[in-house]
Ligand binder design. Structure first.
Ligand SMILES: Cc1ncc(COP(=O)(O)O)c(C=O)c1O
Length: 342
C-alpha cells in the first residue's frame, strides 16, 4: 500500500521528486533485453563505464498532461523517440528502437499515474528517458553495452515567471557547443558546457543566456535549454543553425503558426535584427513559450527592449494558448501529436 500523496500541485517547482517506479532495459551481447520495472532510485555501474569517462550519455525530455476529460496525454512521443535515435547515432551509441522507447514511456507513465498532476494546476508529469554507455573502457572508444531507462517526476513551470516576461542576455565570452559539434544532439556534455554561462547570467538577474552561433558570433542560436523565436512584422522567425537542438516545441509552433496563416521563416537571424522584432520567446518542453521582455548584449552594452508595452505579445500568446489547449485536450489534436495513455 503506497502512502497518500500530499502534494501542492499548483506550487510544484521544476525539480526532481521521487515517484513510485522507473523502467530500464539493457543492451548486451548485441541485443536489447526485457523491460525491467524498478522502485529503486539507484543504478549499479562499472567505475570505468564510458558514460562516466567519455560522455556517452544522451537523454530526452517530454511531458504527460491530465486533460480536461481526465485522460492522460503524452505530447509528441514519437518525435522524441526519433530524436533520441539521432542523438544515439551522433554519440556512437546504440539507437533505441522506436517501439521500445514508446512502450517504456507508456509503461512508466501508467505505473506512476497517481503522480500526473490534476487538470487546471498548470503542472505536468515530466518524462526523462536517458541512455548511458555501460562497458568499462579506459581507452577512448564506444561502449558495447548500454542502459536505457525512463524516469518521471511531476513538475511546475520551468521559469518562475511562468507565462510572464523574462529577461535574457548574450554573453560573448562563452560558447556552448562547436560549429559542427554536438549541439544538434541531446547529450549531457552540452549542458555542462553551458553551466558557467548560465550561472553568470543568473547572478546578473537574467533567466537564461541567448547563445550566438559559435563560428562567427553574428547570428542567434538558442537560449540555453530552449530554442528561440521572434515575431517580426507578423512573421514567425527562428534560427537555422547546425549547432542547436531541433526543438519539438518549436517545430510544433511553426506548424501552429502556419495553421493560423502566419508566415514562418527558419533562417540565419543577425543579432542586430533584434532591433526590428516586436515579440520574442524561448521555447521548449520545459518552458513551452517564455516571452522575452528584454535581451541585453552584456559585452557591447546594447539593450534590445522587445516587449515595449511590458507584456507578452499577441502572436506568442495565441501560439502558447493553442499549444496548451492541444496538450490538455481542450482543442482538437488535428496533427495527432498526443498519445493517450490507456
Ligand atoms: C538545448 C535545448 N534546446 C532546445 C530545447 C527545446 O526542445 P524541445 O522543444 O524538444 O523540448 C531543449 C529542451 O529540450 C534543449 O535542451
Amino acid at each position: 500500500m503506497k502512502e497518500n500523496l500530499n502534494i501542492d500541485w499548483s506550487k510544484l517547482p521544476f525539480d526532481y521528486m521521487r515517484t513510485d517506479y522507473n523502467v530500464r532495459c539493457y543492451f548486451e551481447n548485441g541485443k536489447w533485453g526485457d523491460i525491467e520495472v524498478s522502485d529503486s532510485e539507484n543504478i549499479n555501474m562499472h567505475i570505468a563505464a564510458t558514460s562516466l569517462h567519455y560522455g556517452q550519455e544522451i537523454f530526452e525530455g517530454l511531458k504527460a498532461f491530465r486533460g480536461v476529460d481526465g485522460k492522460i496525454r503524452i505530447f509528441r512521443l514519437h518525435e522524441n523517440a526519433m530524436r533520441m535515435r539521432e542523438s544515439a547515432t551522433g554519440l556512437c551509441m546504440e539507437p533505441i528502437p522506436v517501439e521500445l522507447f514508446e512502450e517504456m514511456v507508456l509503461k512508466v507513465v501508467k505505473l506512476n499515474e497517481r503522480f500526473v498532476p490534476p487538470y487546471g494546476t498548470g503542472a505536468s508529469l515530466y518524462i526523462r528517458p536517458l541512455e548511458i554507455g555501460m562497458s568499462a573502457s579506459v581507452g577512448v572508444r564506444k561502449a558495447s553495452e548500454y542502459l536505457f531507462m525512463v524516469l518521471v517526476t511531476p513538475v511546475g513551470p520551468y521559469f518562475k515567471t511562468g507565462f510572464g516576461l523574462t529577461n535574457i542576455c548574450i554573453l560573448r565570452e562563452f560558447d556552448r557547443v562547436a560549429p559542427k559539434g554536438t549541439g544538434r544532439w541531446k547529450t549531457g556534455g552540452n549542458y555542462a558546457a553551458g553551466l558557467a554561462a548560465g550561472e553568470l547570467a543568473h547572478s546578473k538577474g537574467y533567466s537564461a543566456v541567448l547563445f550566438l552561433d559559435p563560428r562567427e558570433k553574428k547570428y542567434l542560436d538558442e537560449c540555453g535549454p530552449a530554442n528561440f523565436f521572434a515575431i517580426k512584422d507578423g512573421v514567425y522567425i527562428t534560427p537555422q543553425s547546425e549547432s542547436i537542438l531541433p526543438s519539438i516545441t518549436n517545430k510544433s509552433f511553426m506548424q501552429l503558426a502556419e495553421d493560423m496563416g502566419i508566415k514562418v521563416e527558419q533562417r540565419h537571424i543577425p543579432v542586430e535584427e533584434l532591433e526590428e522584432v516586436q515579440e520574442a520567446a524561448a521555447c521548449g518542453t520545459a518552458a513551452v513559450a517564455s516571452p522575452i521582455g528584454e535581451i541585453d548584449d552584456i559585452d557591447t552594452g546594447h539593450k534590445y527592449v522587445i516587449a515595449k508595452d511590458g507584456k507578452p505579445g499577441p502572436i506568442t500568446t495565441r501560439l502558447y494558448n493553442s499549444l496548451r489547449a492541444i496538450q490538455y485536450g481542450e482543442q482538437p489534436d488535428v496533427h495527432n501529436w498526443c498519445t493517450i495513455v490507456e
